[in-house]
Design a protein around this ligand. Structure first.
Ligand SMILES: Nc1ncnc2c1ncn2[C@@H]1O[C@H](COP(=O)(O)OP(=O)(O)OP(=O)(O)O)[C@@H](O)[C@H]1O
Length: 501
């Protein structure tokens, strides 16, 4: 059963009283304590002038008085800036870098496109500071990929190629962004790849990553980091930091209760995030969290972005494509993502839309049935504004950040509120305005209402389309259906023809 529908899920004690992220104010960069000057200018180059609340909260728990002494679990809405929230303190903590590079921070995300996006954020702030970021996502062969991550024996000038030394398997990167499957490949197969020096582990889109096994990636990673996974005489300094004080301080200082030992390296610190973080003890326990601290925006697990407007659009099932076209026309040239229930529906709908004559809206498909190369190309074109409407299935869109998406359309109503949150969250990001329309038939209205009740800030109005727009489209819709029928028949005939030859 989905966790959402379980009536009485036991909640772990540390999850019962979260730190409320919404109590944090945005903070201008010049007021962020201890922010490295080079990091500040990297942020300014990204046109970032202040930190968002979740970023302030994490800074406080990592660089501020919290000093990374507890593992952190964050539940914060889509588009609230979670990527920078963990990237910033990690980059600051990895400074100053020693002369010998080793892999000290690992970020695991569920999809390749998301990994590329996260790497870009790290690149923007880490490269100017001399830190290197790698990618392990299976874009190339294991052998090619490892050569971008590790100096192999003989690769460096002057090194005897026959002489193997652990030093010559030196890492080329300080930070690695990876998808779980390829990460496990490297752990198991790649000589010279090690997680032994890891200080920071980030699990982004955690509920998705913990739900699926992906070759037992989590136990594999935790086992590989074991030698650094003990408490130690960490950097301490919490007292000094606290005495210097934060300009905002919604919370009193917590005692951390971290044991100290004699290991020369610090405990593996974990940061676990999602916009819909799981509360399932069975899943969270796999992470082996150390004295975890729960940070959450608002009281409910599901919360929609502040500037999102939700609308329902009621129509009969058989004319849904017509209503979708009418809606897209009424939205003018605004960038939209249309979600369907499956990869097959995505494909069919996209085909049908392209059969509408005089539509003058460029529409492309993005789904798990496509080759990764095609998908990434489509996403890049959508980012650059080369076409206006992306029709997508759910699996691929978690965490995707595409500038300028003003509308999300649920062509098929989502089954779970979690799905609604992630779909709707492709718009109204970073405080921008956005709208989410859900198409439904009359008999689905009750279910939709019940679904939306599960989320905070989920008021939903009915949206109606001008009747003349609907009328005008009827005949075009009929010819689009006939055209699509022909295309399907043609494609079915083709293999038969071949066998007759
Ligand atoms: N401090 C900031 N100032 C301005 N823009 C920011 C700031 N922090 C992040 N952003 C922008 O906000 C957008 C959303 O950030 P991000 O992708 O990290 O959100 P998220 O919380 O991870 O969302 P999701 O849950 O959907 O993955 C990005 O375009 C990012 O560049």
């Amino acid at each position: 059963m989905d966790e959402e529908n379980q009536r009485s899920v036991p909640v772990l004690p540390w999850m019962r009283h979260p730190v409320d992220v919404t109590r944090c104010e945005q903070l201008s960069l010049r007021r962020v304590p201890f922010l490295d000057r080079r990091l500040k200018s990297a942020l300014e180059n990204m046109e970032i002038s202040k930190l968002f609340p979740v970023q302030v909260a994490l800074w406080q728990e990592t660089i501020g008085p919290g000093n990374f002494e507890r593992d952190l679990c964050i539940n914060s809405p889509t588009g609230s800036g979670k990527t920078l929230a963990y990237a910033l303190p990690i980059v600051q903590k990895l400074l100053p870098t020693s002369t010998v590079k080793c892999l000290r921070a690992l970020v695991v995300v569920p999809t390749r496109d998301l990994a590329l996006q996260v790497k870009q954020v790290f690149d923007a702030i880490a490269l100017p500071l001399g830190l290197r970021v790698g990618l392990a996502v299976g874009q190339s062969s294991v052998a090619d990929e490892i050569s971008s991550l590790v100096y192999l024996p003989g690769e460096e000038e002057g090194v005897d190629p026959g002489f193997l030394s652990p030093f010559w398997f030196q890492s080329k990167v300080d930070i690695l962004v990876a998808t779980p499957g390829r990460l496990v490949d490297h752990v198991n197969l790649s000589r010279g790849f090690t997680l032994k020096h890891l200080h920071y582990l980030v699990v982004d889109e955690a509920d998705r990553l913990l739900r699926e096994d992906y070759q037992s990636w989590l136990p594999t990673v935790l086992k590989s980091t074991q030698s650094s996974n003990n408490d130690d005489g960490g950097s301490g300094g919490g007292d000094d930091v606290f005495q210097l004080g934060f300009p905002y301080s919604p919370w009193s200082r917590r005692t951390c209760g971290v044991e100290r030992g004699s290991k020369p390296h610090s405990r593996l610190a974990k940061v676990v995030l999602s916009a819909t973080l799981t509360r399932d003890p069975g899943r969270l326990v796999q992470l082996n969290l150390h004295h975890p601290l729960f940070l959450s925006a608002g009281k409910m697990r599901y919360r929609l972005p502040e500037n999102l407007e939700s609308f329902k659009l009621i129509c009969e099932r058989k004319v849904k494509p017509l209503y979708l076209v009418a809606l897209l026309k009424s939205l003018g040239e605004e960038k939209c993502i249309v979600f369907t229930r499956s990869v097959d529906s995505t494909h069919r709908l996209c085909k049908l839309m392209n059969c509408f004559e005089d539509l003058q809206i460029d529409i492309k498909e993005y789904s798990g049935r496509q080759h990764q190369r095609v998908r990434s190309k489509t996403l890049n074109e959508f980012r650059k504004g080369q076409f206006q409407v992306l029709v997508s299935s759910d699996a691929m869109t978690r965490g995707m950040d595409v500038e300028g998406v003003r509308n999300v359309i649920n062509y098929d109503m989502p089954k779970y509120i979690k799905t609604y949150v992630h779909r709707a969250g492709r718009t109204a990001r970073a405080g921008q305005n956005g709208r989410c329309f859900t198409l439904m038939s009359n008999d689905e209205v009750g279910r939709f209402k019940r679904l939306m009740k599960k989320a905070e800030a989920s008021a939903c109005l009915e949206h109606t389309l001008p009747s003349h727009l609907i009328e005008e489209l009827h005949s075009t819709y009929q010819s689009a259906l006939s055209k699509l029928k022909e295309i399907i028949l043609e494609s079915r005939r083709k293999p038969k023809d071949k066998s007759c030859q």
